[in-house]
Write a new protein. Structure first.
Length: 524
């Protein structure tokens, strides 16, 4: 359903774009830039900056459009994708982050270099670049471009091109600082717009009790029976952790925000703040889709749920704010992906194999940002031929690409005996298998319906690769297993494993756990 924008809506959009460029360009031009500023913001972020920047990177077009679609078609089962996230954010904050910060890495491949050596390091460089292009850039541009092409009555190609140009411009010039500052601004735009939309939708429906009465009872079950072909409790509880460990604990685009923390405490509190925001997000991202089903089930479809509500319920001016939220979600996800691609390529390839000075390194980072944008535009148009729903496409890609990294980072961190041979076997062999399956999944090869649901597929891949890692480790023995001890010793020597005040960090996580338990009991 198209959105008809009036003059005041257009003025709101113009004001948003102007504010975006002010945050992205002019504020950052006043700051002295170095390689650290371009890639990690000088390691100076406070907890609230970390939390908001993680939120804005996570809240892409999938969140606004895909989660409304999921709410429309399946109900509150989609809450699991948000509410279970706090467990893995806690894992990032309390297990992985101390090791990352103590070893002073700037990219995820550098951690594998310390733990398993150069071959694992080289693999993750390539795999990170591919995953950023596919998951963060290509699919996000496709999802957002699809919506914006309907809003502005233009082609998918034109919508994708405009968004890519805007994102690339301030990311290439302002670097990581620009991404963080605009991310905070865009987080507020997204939250305010979605709160208003949810309130208007509830008012139109006559309140939550009317919505409950108008929607089938099974849409209010947060856990579905094992016989459910898509989102059974087995698929959720077994499949989601495979994706979440990779996404929240090992993905460059997400973890890079915490690597820029002023200290370990700021990183942990920032991650906790992000987890606390997850309490709110299902109510403003998924519930609107459920309300749309109650109000407009005969005239809308899952992928158009968000657009339908904006078109029919948002008054003049606020309609422009809602469109600005879509653009904000898209631009920030893309800019975070562009900066992460540039960071990995510049620091782990150019920085290792050239003798560029600081100025040349910054220039290379900017050129690579532009290159990533061009490749992402091509991928976005390729995804247009997949024929899959937005949520299925984006989550499916993450789920299929996650298992090798999840296995290596999780088992390699908690089991000291794992050696470089086992890691390389899983990374190279498993990575090739997952990329091949991912291509087949997107293109529906050999035929539509051949592959199981993406959550179950990720479980099967994880189980197989975990068994391979354990078996290879036992067969090859204790070879090259010193990496984890070096990282742990570095953490201990710097007091990172047990920073002062860690008790209050655990108290915060305990309170969050109680809140989440109450919410799950309420919806069960």
């Amino acid at each position: 359903m198209p959105i008809n924008l009036v003059t005041v809506d257009c003025l709101v959009l113009v004001a948003y774009v102007m504010a975006l460029f002010i945050f992205g360009f002019f504020i950052n031009r006043q700051q002295k830039k170095s390689n650290a500023d371009i890639f990690l913001g000088g390691r100076s972020l406070r907890w609230w900056q970390i939390g908001f920047s993680m939120f804005s990177a996570n809240a892409g077009p999938l969140t606004l459009i895909g989660f409304s679609s999921l709410g429309f078609s399946h109900g509150v089962v989609g809450f699991n994708f948000e509410w279970l996230g706090w467990i893995f954010l806690m894992l990032l904050a309390m297990v992985f982050l101390p090791r990352y910060l103590s070893s002073e890495i700037r990219t995820m491949p550098q951690f594998l270099l310390l733990r398993f050596g150069r071959r694992s390091y080289f693999f993750l460089i390539i795999y990170s670049l591919i995953s950023i292009l596919v998951v963060w850039l290509g699919s996000a541009l496709y999802a957002g471009g699809l919506v914006l092409s309907q809003v502005f009555h233009c082609s998918l190609w034109q919508a994708v091109l405009v968004v890519a140009v805007i994102s690339t411009s301030y990311t290439a010039i302002g670097g990581f600082n620009a991404v963080v500052r605009t991310g905070i601004f865009q987080s507020l735009i997204i939250i305010i717009s979605c709160l208003v939309l949810t309130g208007l939708a509830l008012a139109k429906a006559g309140g939550i009790h009317q919505v409950i009465a108008a929607v089938p009872a099974d849409r209010w079950r947060i856990f579905r029976p094992a016989s459910d072909p898509e989102y059974s409790w087995v698929a959720i509880l077994a499949g989601y952790p495979v994706v979440a460990i990779y996404y929240w604990c090992a993905d460059q685009t997400i973890v890079q925000k915490t690597l820029a923390a002023r200290n370990i405490r700021e990183g942990q509190y920032g991650t906790m703040f992000m987890a606390a925001l997850k309490i709110l997000t299902p109510f403003i991202f998924i519930v609107p889709g459920i309300i749309c089903f109650a109000l407009f089930r005969d005239s809308s479809s899952p992928d158009n749920a968000y657009i339908t509500l904006v078109s029919r319920l948002m008054p003049d001016g606020l309609r422009g704010l809602a469109v600005a939220a879509i653009i904000a979600a898209l631009i920030d996800t893309v800019s975070s992906g562009l900066n992460s691609f540039s960071t990995v390529f510049t620091l782990d390839i150019i920085g290792k194999y050239t003798k560029f000075n600081e100025k040349e390194t910054r220039r290379a980072g900017r050129y690579l940002t532009v290159l990533a944008a061009v490749l992402a535009i091509c991928l976005a148009n390729l995804f247009g031929h997949s024929g899959k729903a937005l949520f299925e496409l984006t989550q499916g890609l993450v789920s299929i690409m996650a298992p090798p990294l999840t296995v290596v980072f999780l088992i390699g961190t908690i089991w000291k005996r794992v050696n470089s041979i086992a890691a390389e076997t899983v990374l190279y062999g498993g990575g090739f298998v997952c990329l091949a399956i991912g291509i087949c999944y997107v293109t529906n090869y050999p035929y539509r319906g051949f592959w199981p649901h993406f959550l179950l597929l990720s479980v099967y891949l994880f189980g197989a690769l975990a068994a391979v890692m354990v078996l290879v480790t036992l067969v090859t023995g204790r070879k090259n297993t010193t990496g984890l001890r070096v990282v742990a010793a570095s953490a201990a020597s710097k007091g990172v494993e047990n920073p002062g005040g860690i008790k209050w960090v655990w108290v915060g996580w305990g309170i969050l756990a109680m809140i989440m338990t109450i919410l799950y009991l309420a919806f069960s």
